[in-house]
Structures are given as C-alpha cells and as structure tokens.
Design a protein around this ligand. Sequence first.
Ligand code: NAP
Length: 338
Amino acid sequence: MGIRVGIAGVSGYAGVELLRLLHRHPAVRITALSAGRGAGRALSDLWPGWTGAALPPVGRLDVDHLAEHCDVVFLALPHGVSQTVVPALLERGVDVVDLGADHRLTDPEAYAAAYGAPHTCPELLSLATYGLPEQNRDVLAGARLVACPGCYPTATAIAALPLVEEGLADLVFSDCLSGISGAGRKAGPRNLYAEVQESVTAYGLAGAHRHTPEMEQALGVPVVFSPHLVPMVRGMLATVKVRLRRPVSGEELRDLYRERYARHPAVVVRDEVPATRDVRGTAAAHVFPLVDIRREVATVVSAIDNLGKGAAGQAVHAFNLSRGLPETAGLPLVPLLP
Ligand SMILES: NC(=O)c1ccc[n+]([C@@H]2O[C@H](COP(=O)([O-])OP(=O)(O)OC[C@H]3O[C@@H](n4cnc5c(N)ncnc54)[C@H](OP(=O)(O)O)[C@@H]3O)[C@@H](O)[C@H]2O)c1
C-alpha cells in the first residue's frame, strides 16, 4: 500500500537525503532507485550506512522501469539530465518532483542564458509548478511536475518574501554561505578537504551565479547575490538586506514576519539570529528580521539545511501538497544535535 515512489540519483547527496526522508514517510513506498555510474552496485556499496535496509536494487535511469513501478519519481539529477526523461514520464502517467534546475525558470531564453544550452522541452517550463510551499501552497495541489527551488533561492526567498510582498523593497542584497555538500558528491578540486578546510571564498559574484535569475523570478525584484563557500558539510545561511521604501520599526517588521509565516509549519520566526546547526537535518527554515532604523535598512537572516529545506525536505513538502497529504507528513522539523 502507499504511493509508489522512485528516486533517480540515489548515489548523490540530494538523492540519499530523499531516501532518508521517503523511507520513513507514512504514505509512500519506495519502489525504484536509480543512479548513473553507480547503477548496478548494491546500495550498501554506494552508502554503507544503508546496509541491511530492504529496498529495491539500484538500476540505471530507465523510463520504462520507472513507469512500471512508480506513481511519482523524484529526480535528484544534474541539470540537463532531468529534461531527457520528464516528458516521457509525464506521458506515461508518472508525476515528477524535480530537485534540479531544469524546470524552475519559466522563460526558455532565461534558461538557455543561465545554463548555457537551450531547453529541449521548453513547453514544459510553463507547465511546472515552482515548489516553494510558502509561496505556492495552493497551486501545488494536483501539480504533476514540481520544480523544486534551488537552495540559495530558498534561503533568500524565505528571508525576502514578506518585505517584497509588503512593497518595502525594490532591490534585494543576498549574501549566502553554503556548506560544501551544496556542490554535490562528484569529485573536483573545489570540493577537496585540502582546498576548503580553513578557508572561505566567494564565487559567482555580480550576477554570474545561475541562481540569480531564479531568485529574481521568485521575488519579482532585482537581486544582488553573493554566494560563499564555507568549510562545513551541511548548512546554508543567508543574510538579506534591503533599503526600506518607508520607515518601519523593528516591532512592525517582526509582526510582519510572524503573521506572514503563521500558517507555514516549515518556517520558524526567531527572536535572535539563527545558526545552521539549528536546522541541521531538517526541512525547516529559521528567520530573524531586524531593522537598522538610522539607515532605514532591514536585515533578515535565514538558516536552512541545503539538503533539507534546500533540497529533499522541501521536495517532500511540495510532494505532500501536490498529493493532498498532511503538509508535514514525513518532514523532519527538529534538528540533529549537537
Ligand atoms: N546538493 C545540494 O545541496 C542541492 C540542493 C538543491 C538542489 N540540488 C540539485 O539536486 C540535483 C542533485 O544534486 P546532488 O548535490 O545530489 O548531486 P550529486 O551528489 O552529484 O548527485 C547526482 C546524481 O545524479 C546521477 N547522475 C549524474 N549524471 C547522470 C546521468 N547522465 N544519468 C543518470 N544519473 C546521473 C549521479 O549518479 P552517479 O554518481 O552514480 O553517476 C548521482 O546519483 C542537482 O540538480 C542539484 O542542483 C542539490
């Protein structure tokens, strides 16, 4: 019994986090797993911590197999790969929750500019539902193709949405710190311990990062985005700043955030600055808004787990909404401590 789900990309970081959440989800049954180079290997070989779990074998990415065994497939694949299987999956009656970037941007030209190649199924871009529950809860009901937001856009949007919706911001500055797992499991010099430990750097500055157009699409205002890589495994901290269009007191701002997120179980409005450890392993975002009255600048700090609220946790949240399940079914909302 239960909704039959598949995970494509289970040998990667987002895929194995999906496995952790979906394995304990009360309404689903995992019926297919796939990998790229890892296809055909035992799950316990890819992830020794999963030794002994009763799960399907890890096969290759095969639409026929997925269509036969699944009602929904979660895709944790590099951008460019998802779009090769999504049309056939939808046609075969399988719903898709895509954690990658292939269906987030609605404008095919914006996609080609950001990802360096034209989209092979541009008609799907207008069909996909952007899976940010705090923005699209109602339209996610019944969605057949969910485009899960990127981790940086999630942290930034949760911090900036109340300000933008209230007409208080016409330009958003977002400085984000990301743990190294944000780059995926593939080997590369940027991910090596010797390169990242005891060192912090910025990259993708001045509009160069692919997540910038996604943030601007979600918020509807220009965003100056500065991502940084920090030496930790998981976690993301966004410090978002806007010059306020009218004077706002600290109390007014806190009330605005409390009210905006009152009905959203995955967002906690805090009275002090959150840390990434407060959300480790969770599908939650913690936010703290404050005002510099003299400079008329609002600063909002948001903390997420890049693999939780920034990827698998949010994907499961959006899936719950798309299927009319209890919104928090299977969602971890308290952290792994210390
Ligand atoms: N990491 C994050 O914090 C994060 C956050 C939000 C969104 N995302 C998105 O989630 C997706 C997965 O990210 P990740 O960090 O999990 O990456 P990853 O660790 O590199 O995993 C990628 C997965 O895709 C598989 N794969 C690669 N090329 C394939 C192909 N041609 N055919 C079939 N399978 C293929 C890989 O299999 P093999 O390794 O076996 O080849 C692996 O299972 C990406 O689109 C990423 O942007 C990631």
